[in-house]
Each structure stands twice: as C-alpha cells, then as structure tokens.
Design a protein around this ligand. Structure first.
Ligand code: HEM
Length: 178
C-alpha cells in the first residue's frame, strides 16, 4: 500500500506540475487551455486525497528503519526531507484549491462532482494565493529534486540499494544497506 501510494502520488505530482507549466504558457483563452486547467485541478485534488490517505497510512504503519550504514545527519536530513514532502503534498493542492475559490471558479471534479467553493470571489486574496501556490510549487519541486539527489547518492555512491525498498520485487535484505 505504501509503495502504491508513493508511486501514484509521484506520477500525479510530475504530471500535475508539467501541466501547470504548459497550461500557463498557452496565450489567451483556448479550449485546450481550459481543458488543461481542469485536468490540472483534478490531478491536484487527487493528490490531496491520496496524500491524506498516505498520512493516515504512515501514522498507522511504521516504515522499515533507514539503513544502519547511514550517518546520523543523513537520517535526520532524510526525515526532514520526508516531512517537508508530506507538508508540501498537502499545501500545494490546498493553495491551488483556495486560489481557484478566490478566483470565483468552482472545481467540478472529473467534470461530474462539484466541490465546495471555500472562499468567495476576492481579487486581492486571489493575487496573494496565486503567488503562494506558485511559490509552493517551486518549493515542492526543489524538495523533490533533493529527494532524487539523495536517492542517487545512496544508491550509486554508497551502494545502499535503497530504491529496492520502494519496489514490490526489491527484497528487504538487499535494501538494508549492510
Ligand atoms: C500536486 C498538486 C499541484 C501541483 C504540483 C501544481 C503545480 C502547479 C504549477 C507548476 C503551476 C504553474 C506555475 C507557474 O506559473 O510557474 C500551477 C498553476 C496553477 N495551479 Fe496548480 N498545482 C497543483 C494543484 C492545484 C490544484 C488542486 C488547483 C486548483 C484546484 C490548482 C490550480 C492552479 C491554477 C489555477 C494555476 C494557474 C496559476 C496562474 O493563474 O498562473 N493547482 N500549478
């Protein structure tokens, strides 16, 4: 379950991020742009729901310990990075959702389920939330890049086989890093 949630959320974040970038680069208002905005919002809402499920799963299921071969500071950095990822997995979609609400645009999930508009149309708040959403997007991208660099370091330089920990066919013994 933890692996399924990890890879589905990872794929959706990459897809949502790419779409966010592409859609905001399309000039004017076109049917394609509006479609991409809708897809972007649906992906984001899905990330929010899956991130909440992940948090509940994480709180009720202890993950395997980090490899013994890791230094204390590396374990601390890993925990801090993972905590930041959890916070941003929630904060990014929430800020986007609130931005959409402040812009007076209701999200209709998958085109069939109207979701509540949490705040009324508010021009000033809309501008602030747009900046917040974009800043959080890039903070998430930065932490994801850090996460990937750490994986590469442990896997290739330290030969700790940590990727196997997140693969169903990886095997626990090889993943221990000893
Ligand atoms: C994992 C979740 C999400 C990610 C990774 C993400 C990422 C992004 C990115 C990269 C952009 C383009 C920023 C730029 O201009 O450089 C963007 C824009 C935008 N996002 Fe999201 N987003 C997420 C969730 C959401 C949600 C849930 C909503 C609304 C329900 C939303 C609404 C918007 C809107 C309306 C824009 C356009 C901003 C503008 O007016 O320029 N996003 N997002």
């Amino acid at each position: 379950m933890a692996m399924l949630l990890h890879w589905s959320v990872a794929a959706l974040i990459v897809w949502g991020f790419a779409l966010g970038w592409i859609m905001t680069d399309i000039p004017g208002i076109t049917p394609t742009k509006l479609r991409y905005f809708s897809w972007h919002k649906w992906i984001g809402v899905t990330v929010l729901v899956l991130a909440l499920v992940r948090l509940v799963w994480r709180a009720t299921h202890r993950p395997p310990a980090l490899p013994d071969a890791m230094h204390g500071w590396e374990k601390l950095a890993a925990h801090a990075g993972h905590a930041a990822l959890y916070v941003l997995m929630l904060a990014v979609p929430v800020s986007g959702y609130l931005y959409s609400s402040a812009a007076g645009i209701q999200v209709v999930y998958l085109g069939v389920l109207p979701l509540p508009t949490l705040i009324g149309p508010d021009g000033a708040l809309k501008a602030v939330l747009k900046t917040v959403h974009i800043a959080l997007d890039y903070a998430l991208a930065a932490v994801v890049v850090g996460h990937l660099l750490a994986v590469v370091k442990h896997e290739l330089l330290d030969k700790q086989r940590i990727v196997a920990r997140m693969l169903p066919f990886g095997g626990r013994s090889r993943a221990s890093g000893r």
